[in-house]
Design a protein around this ligand. Structure first.
Ligand SMILES: Nc1ncnc2c1ncn2[C@@H]1O[C@H](COP(=O)(O)OP(=O)(O)OP(=O)(O)O)[C@@H](O)[C@H]1O
Ligand SMILES: [Mg+2]
Length: 293
């Protein structure tokens, strides 16, 4: 049975969501509406100030519960309206991982970091121990269990933060620019973990990311935001077919997809646009083989 079949309604439903921070007439979020089904891997991108972080804060309930402002519309997580549901209750459904691993890791040792959220939910000690082991195993960092959190690399810290979120067994994982502090290898490690959690454990993943090239490779759906609105909601290949969607909001199309798009316009690239270098190699090899090269 798929995750979609388990869930009666959408995992996330956002209806005409508008939010203004106190003292500002500017709509950080402006009549946003969209739904996400259980098991989707959604990438959110857009220029600075577009409202990406504000949107995630609405999805985990920090807005409206801990951030004042004018809030209109409705956000439902797994059928529960965030307005009427406490953040503690929402934390059982939605896990959050933020940009800066330094800021979110509070405990001196990895296992204590993971225990922290579980203790807050009053999970019994024996189960806490089990969940620590399970979540570290799932993220592939069991060997870090007793390590000092200050001695980890950026990528390791981000994976500990993901393990801590996963230990709470959420159905949905929200990540706000989780790789902004990471090098290309660390970035890939984090996205590989997300892909596995999504594909093998049916976790719904919502990730805000500036690097569009990594999003087209991993996400099944891209939301492009600008001025508090969603200006594009489409699968990655459709976004590559319309590079102006990205350039109009000041983002650069991924180089591999962009090159193939330009070649395709001249009849020099066959079939669907490539999401990865491997896809491009395959596409070009086929094209050149056809031409006897
Ligand atoms: N705490 C706050 N108080 C007042 N205004 C805020 C606050 N946080 C964000 N804003 C404003 O809300 C709008 C959306 O900000 P948000 O942080 O959601 O954008 P973002 O897309 O995440 O940007 P970035 O890519 O820089 O992280 C911006 O105009 C921003 O200045
Ligand atoms: Mg942000």
């Amino acid at each position: 049975m798929t995750a979609e079949a388990d869930c009666a309604g959408p995992a996330i439903s956002v209806e005409k969501l508008t939010f203004c921070y106190p003292g500002s007439e500017l709509k950080a979020l402006d009549e946003l509406s969209f739904q996400v089904s259980a098991g989707e891997f959604v990438g959110i991108t857009g220029p600075t100030g577009a409202g990406k972080s504000s949107l995630l804060l609405c999805l985990n309930g920090i807005i409206p519960h801990f951030q004042d402002g004018k809030f209109h519309g409705a956000v439902k997580i797994d059928g529960c309206d965030t307005f009427d549901t406490s953040c503690a209750e929402l934390a059982r459904k939605v896990g959050s991982v933020f940009q800066d691993p330094e800021a979110q890791i509070v405990a001196p040792v990895v296992e204590e970091e993971i225990a922290f959220g579980l203790e807050n939910l009053a999970i019994p000690p024996r189960e806490i121990d089990q969940r620590i082991a399970e979540s570290l195993e799932l993220i592939g960092i069991s060997s870090l269990r007793h390590r000092s959190t200050t001695q980890l690399s950026g990528g390791q810290k981000q994976r500990v933060a993901i393990a801590a979120a996963i230990a709470l067994k959420p159905k949905i994982l929200l990540l706000d620019e989780p790789t902004s502090e990471l090098d290309p290898i660390g970035t890939m490690e984090v996205f590989e973990v997300l892909r596995r959690l999504n594909r093998e454990h049916h976790l719904t993943v919502i990730v805000v990311e500036q690097k569009v090239n990594i999003l087209v490779e991993y996400a099944g759906r891209l939301l492009i935001m600008k001025n508090g609105r969603i200006v594009c909601d489409a699968p990655p290949r459709e976004v590559l077919e319309r590079p102006e969607l990205l350039t109009s909001v000041g983002l650069r199309p991924p180089p591999v997809g962009d090159l193939a798009f330009k070649l395709k316009q001249r009849g020099l690239y066959p079939g669907a646009l490539p999401l990865t270098v491997g896809d491009a190699y395959q596409g070009l090899s086929e094209c050149w083989a056809d031409k006897g090269i």
